[in-house]
Design a protein. Structure first.
Length: 292
């Protein structure tokens, strides 16, 4: 019995702690929300089409709150109560209107502009700030939506035959595609084959041009370069041998010019020297010239 009582006390204590924590979170959230937001009232002198509970309140396109209630004050007046952020820079001259998300979207209260030096928003009888929407702006929005819908309707009505023909042509085209589906498949297969051959060709060109390991073209260029270098070396040696041969021939010709007999018959170093030529006889002296 004591063990069961302990288990019951432990369970009750655990549930109490959980409930207290949950209540503290709710209390803190409600306190934070209360401090962060305050009520704000908007009066529409005319219809407020599309405005619903939960709709957004936007200031210059930025959401600052939401609508909590919408009611009729009289047959021509709509009053919307919203909760907005306290730091929203709303002034007395801030413009109030409605904005829509698309043609069929939910309406949102739109707040725009206002000078920083303008006075704050006036308070209603119950102390809630209140602003009145511009009826001309609301009428302009409504008229714009109505005009847009009328223009769309007019375009469809004026082009009814064209739309019908377009739909008929689309149906004919899809039927033709359905009838020729096998041919289209064959064409696509041929295209795939051509693309495969093109891929093979590109791979071959890549292999010839270099690829990852140099390729055949690189090897061919290297072979041609080696052959050119070898020919250059061989031609250099051949020219050197030719110049040496020409030098030998030139020396032989010079020796033949100086001593042809030695070149033809040969000779030794002990041969007697050739006799020197005899001197020429001296001329007789001339006698005295006779006088005339």
């Amino acid at each position: 019995m004591e063990t069961r009582a302990n288990y019951v006390l432990i369970g009750v204590f655990t549930l109490a702690v959980i409930a207290a924590a949950f209540g503290f979170v709710l209390w803190f959230q409600s306190l934070h929300t209360t401090k962060a937001r305050s009520p704000f009232r908007v009066i529409f002198e005319g219809p407020a089409s599309g405005l619903r509970n939960g709709g957004s309140v936007n200031f210059n396109g930025i959401r600052i709150g939401e609508v909590v209630s919408v009611k009729l004050d009289n047959p021509r007046r709509v009053v919307a109560l919203a909760m907005i952020e306290n730091n929203a820079p709303i002034r007395k001259d801030t413009l109030v209107g409605l904005e829509f998300q698309g043609l069929t979207g939910v309406a949102a209260i739109s707040l725009k502009g206002g000078a920083e030096a303008a006075p704050p928003v006036p308070l209603d009888e119950d102390g809630v700030p209140v602003l009145t929407a511009d009826p001309n702006a609301l009428q302009d929005v409504t008229e714009a939506i109505r005009a847009t819908l009328q223009n769309v309707n007019r375009i469809v009505a004026d082009n009814q035959e064209s739309v019908k023909n377009s739909l008929h042509n689309l149906e004919t085209f899809t039927s033709a595609l359905a009838r020729n589906s096998e041919k289209i498949d064959n064409v696509m297969l041929k295209v795939d084959g051509v693309m495969g051959k093109a891929d093979s060709l590109m791979l071959g060109l890549n292999a010839i041009a270099g690829g990852n390991n140099g390729g055949e073209l690189s090897l061919m260029v290297k072979s041609i370069r080696d052959l050119a270098e070898d020919l250059d070396k061989r031609s250099g040696a051949l020219m050197s041998d030719g110049r040496k041969t020409l030098g030998d021939i030139s020396r032989a010709v010079n020796n033949f010019d100086r001593n042809p007999s030695r070149v033809i018959f040969g000779g030794s170093n002990n041969a007697a020297p050739e006799p020197a030529p005899a001197p020429a006889p001296a001329a007789a002296p001339a006698g005295p010239r006779r006088r005339q």
